[in-house]
Ligand binder design. Structure first.
Ligand SMILES: [Zn+2]
Length: 503
């Protein structure tokens, strides 16, 4: 029935777009899993060139603007924007592939050891010797500086593509696509800095000084990465319990992990596999992939549970939803909210005691430290959004932007940030705001679950039923619409700020 209403062309475009997205997700997954050496995303985008010829994009736009009802209008709007995104991505994808390829081959020498560019940050995060961290960080800075001209070319090409399609303003384009007023959003965030500042500089500062043996603020950012790995508690988070503890949690929520045959788990240990867990929504809910390389340690658990949240959301989406509501999210704030919710279990002392057998007093201290890390990351993101909104006011002005990066991030985090990272530390299309929306979203959703099902909501099948119900609607709603349905006030900073009180 839907096909008939949409007309044959819109249906055909959706099917072809779905195939293209499937191939891109598969390509990216194979590279990350260590099953393929080079990424050829641009070749796939070229193969589907018929999808985003100017007249096809125009047709999709007309179909959206002339849609008879609001629901069809919304679905066609998403289709149009996805095709537009591909059209703009075409010249950029080749540049991105070339840079990724170069960095894959870029090795630095530190103390006689040869380390790949992509392995540097995880390596620094696990390096107990502070002086060595500094040397590794210097090497990373050199490699980042070398890559900056290529990153500038990618940004310049993006800006000219935006202009070509009638969007001269980067932030304005993101606003239209993700339906968010970024300046108002940033304004609303402003009190969070003040509200969390004292706890941050007192308690997180003490954690940094104790873990690194150095004075803070003013330490270089690389030492913060080491603190974030929470390595001092690694022994309590063994690799063999990682997947088992997740499956036990799902069973307690009334979700049978063995029935989730559409969520493919790749837990194999391969040399070239990226150690950080990841999730690929190849074709939700029919095919979802969860990649993990269990190494143990708190940060391994934290990233695995984050990706598990994504996998459950995509894997338990209703197959009966129209394509746009299964595959074409307006923003990623919603799926990140579910990812943050599951990640928060690894900061929950009750959960650590129940599933990992950690003694309650130790679990409480691990939880406290883990929440301080979350606060540190939140403050970094408050700095990032402020910086990125400034960046796009004069995007190609390298001197201005690198010094804004160092000063804004330095001030809010207390760490000394390297100027060379001012391009590398930016995710495209203001994804920084999607994460921040999830910070709000998770604090509210977690608060809702706790008030309805208690502190141990993760053991209540009724909480599981509610989550399944939410996941069924795929990406139809954004995080704020989902929260409104639960009676929460979107963008309310209260529940988030309360999180960190008394730490
Ligand atoms: Zn995520």
């Amino acid at each position: 029935m839907t096909q008939r209403e949409e007309g044959p062309d819109v249906g055909r475009l959706e099917r072809r777009l779905g195939k293209c997205m499937y191939e891109l997700a598969t390509e990216s997954r194979l590279v990350r899993a260590g099953l393929k050496d080079t990424s050829e995303m641009s070749a796939i985008i070229e193969r589907y060139a018929d999808l985003y010829e100017p007249e096809v994009v125009r047709f999709a736009e007309q179909a959206y603007r002339s849609a008879a009802d609001t629901d069809a209008c919304e679905r066609r709007r998403r289709l149009y924007l996805a095709l537009l995104d591909f059209a703009m991505e075409r010249p950029i994808a080749a540049l991105r592939d070339a840079l990724a390829e170069r960095l894959l081959r870029r090795f630095v020498e530190v103390d006689g050891e040869s380390i790949n560019y992509y392995a540097l940050q995880p390596r620094i995060a696990k390096e107990p010797d502070a002086d060595k961290r500094d040397r590794l960080f210097d090497a990373l800075g050199h490699a980042q500086a070398e890559a900056n001209p290529a990153r500038q070319e990618i940004l310049a090409t993006t800006l000219s593509e935006l202009c070509r399609f009638g969007y001269p303003d980067y932030v304005g384009y993101c606003s239209e696509v993700k339906q968010l007023d970024y300046n108002r959003f940033a304004e609303n965030l402003r009190p969070l800095d003040q509200l969390t500042s004292e706890t941050y500089f007192r308690s997180y500062g003490a954690l940094v000084e104790r873990t690194t043996g150095r004075q803070w603020p003013g330490l270089r950012q690389c030492h913060g990465w080491y603190v974030s790995s929470l390595s001092q508690h690694d022994a309590a988070f063994t690799p063999d319990r990682l997947i088992e503890s997740a499956w036990a949690t799902l069973r307690d929520l009334g979700i049978d992990p063995d029935a989730l045959t559409n969520i493919h788990i790749d837990a194999e240990d391969r040399d070239k596999k990226n150690p950080r867990a990841s999730c690929y929504d190849a074709d939700a809910p029919r095919e979802v992939h969860l990649l993990v390389r269990p190494r143990g340690g708190w940060s391994d658990y934290s990233s695995f549970f984050h990706e598990l949240g994504h996998a459950l959301h995509f894997g338990l989406t209703s197959p009966r939803l129209p394509f746009a509501y299964r595959r074409l999210a307006v923003s990623n704030g919603l799926t990140e909210t579910y990812a943050y919710l599951f990640q928060s279990l690894v900061r929950n002392d009750g959960w650590m005691t129940d599933y990992l057998g950690i003694a309650p007093d130790i679990a409480q201290e691990v939880g406290r430290q883990a929440w301080l890390l979350d606060l540190a990351l939140l403050r970094r993101y408050l700095g990032k959004i402020k910086y990125e909104l400034q960046l796009y006011q004069d995007p190609l002005n390298a001197n201005r932007n690198s010094s804004a990066y160092v000063s804004i991030l330095g001030q809010i985090t207390g760490f000394s940030y390297p100027a060379e990272a001012y391009m590398d530390d930016v995710d495209p299309w203001l994804y920084v705001a999607d994460y921040l929306r999830a910070w709000f979203g998770e604090a509210q959703l977690n608060g809702y679950l706790t008030s309805h099902y208690g502190n141990r909501w993760y053991k209540d099948p009724q909480a599981g039923r509610l989550l399944r119900e939410l996941w069924r609607s795929g990406v139809k709603m954004d995080a704020e619409a989902m929260l409104s349905e639960l009676g929460c006030r979107p963008f309310d900073i209260g529940p988030l700020a309360q999180r960190y009180e008394g730490l």
